[in-house]
Design a protein around this ligand. Structure first.
Ligand SMILES: Cc1cc2nc3c(=O)[nH]c(=O)nc-3n(C[C@H](O)[C@H](O)[C@H](O)COP(=O)(O)OP(=O)(O)OC[C@H]3O[C@@H](n4cnc5c(N)ncnc54)[C@H](O)[C@@H]3O)c2cc1C
Length: 393
């Protein structure tokens, strides 16, 4: 315990000295997030410095082992680091599919060479990943995927189409599910492979969303060469890796419901409609925001508890579905409240005053939260079956 308090004091001092003031401000828009990768342009010097300093300490991935670019912290130390970052309002130095999804899968299923090759680059934000799971005929029923990998001895040639591939046009590499045995039952003929998006035969085509942005793409694969050394896990057992990765993805998406990094709702609403006698002017909105804040606080504690249980190996793998479901509902509620507080002004789409309609666009974007990473209906099915033990249809 005394050790943990020493760690807290040292962490606090280090953060005070090293977190640039600009990185202690709440996120204002999507560009405030740092995604890293070869194509990344830092928004400002503070964003670059913050990533560099945190990565040098291994604190972009505090709990990963030091030899793979992590901080080697215990869960308790990582919690202290998170608390101390929250205390000064520090932003995450790096958002990354590599950290949230591929990294944990590589730590469990990767070979030593794969870990040494990819994990430190992910930790330093030098390589950006996209996820090639969904296909036009395989979304909720992901195991029906058809993307074919033809065995050519020391490599495969991969041909097919992926869809809804977030940031495929920005990514450096893809982790991808391919069919390596078309004759086997559908879950047993899938493999999990990695390839560089610069490989000949890879093309991406952005898809326009309701928000007016194009954060994801159709991805076409035409005889793309994939080296055998880039198979993760066993041949034809990629479904195990895919499911494990999905648990991490769902927990990460659910974490959107943790509101620490954003401007407090009460403050946003007070700026929009003012207050009377120190209280938000609209009593109904005030009550809705209070209810939201209580639920968000309870959710944060549920996330902490789920993390502790995972570490102690007492959690249920399906807990990720619960966190995904509730966290995405919370995030949608948060943006409904922001829109309610903003009234007609919140619908502005292009003006400078509205930062080019950032709130309205983000509100529309949240509609996808309950689809991406597996829909809410599918999560509820999983919860019913694996947690509540209800009889199947
Ligand atoms: C913003 C966003 C980003 C995404 N990013 C990626 C990415 O980077 N990589 C990637 O591979 N994919 C990505 N996806 C795709 C996502 O994983 C799929 O959209 C999702 O799994 C649903 O598949 P589908 O769109 O084919 O819908 P479908 O599976 O066709 O579902 C259609 C409707 O039927 C319902 N339904 C289906 N099956 C059942 C069932 N058994 N019980 C009850 N209801 C059911 C669904 O809930 C849904 O309402 C992204 C999606 C979005 C919206």
């Amino acid at each position: 315990m005394a050790d943990l308090e020493t760690f807290r004091a040292e962490t606090r001092a280090w953060l005070e000295a090293n977190c640039p003031p600009e990185m202690r401000q709440p996120l204002e828009d999507a560009e405030d997030r740092c995604w890293g990768g070869r194509k990344w342009t830092f928004k400002n010097e503070a964003q670059r410095l913050w990533l560099e300093r945190m990565a040098a300490r291994g604190w972009t991935v505090p709990e990963w082992p030091v030899e793979y670019g992590g901080g080697g912290l215990s869960r308790e130390q990582a919690k202290v680091l998170r608390q101390e970052m929250q205390r000064i309002g520090a932003r995450s130095p790096l958002d990354s599919f590599g950290i949230w999804m591929l990294g944990p899968a590589l730590l469990k299923y990767g070979t030593e060479e794969q870990k040494k090759r990819f994990l430190p680059e992910i930790a330093r934000g030098e390589i950006r990943w996209c996820q090639g799971y969904s296909e036009p005929g395989a979304g909720s029923d992901l195991a029906s995927l058809q993307c074919r990998a033809e065995d050519k001895g020391d490599h495969w040639l991969v041909t097919g189409q992926k869809i809804w591939t977030s940031y495929a046009d920005q990514a450096d590499w893809m982790f991808c599910l391919v069919r390596t045995d078309p004759a086997a039952p559908k879950h047993l003929g899938i493999s999990f492979v990695l390839f560089d998006m610069q490989t000949p035969g890879v093309t991406t085509k952005p898809i326009l969303l309701i928000s007016g942005k194009s954060p994801f793409c159709e991805t076409f694969l035409d005889s793309v060469r994939v080296e055998k050394e880039n198979l993760v896990g066993e041949l034809n057992r990629g479904w195990d890796v895919a499911k494990y990765l999905l648990q991490h993805e769902r927990t990460m998406i659910g974490a959107m419901g943790e509101v620490g990094a954003y401007r407090p709702l009460g403050q946003i609403a007070a700026n929009a409609i003012g207050h009377e006698g120190g209280m938000l002017a609209d009593p109904l909105l005030r009550a809705d925001i209070a209810r939201f804040e209580v639920d968000a606080m309870a959710f944060r504690l549920a996330m902490e508890r789920a993390g502790d249980m995972l570490k102690a190996k007492t959690g249920n793998p399906a807990d990720a579905s619960m966190l995904k479901y509730y966290g995405t509902e919370l995030n949608k509620r948060r943006y409904e409240l922001i829109m309610a507080a903003g009234g007609a002004d919140a619908l502005e789409w292009e003006s400078e005053r509205s930062r080019k309609g950032d709130d309205a666009r983000t509100w529309l974007r949240t509609k996808a939260n309950s689809i991406e990473g597996g829909t809410s209906e599918v999560q509820l099915n999983i919860i019913a079956k694996r947690i509540l033990d209800l009889p199947g249809a």
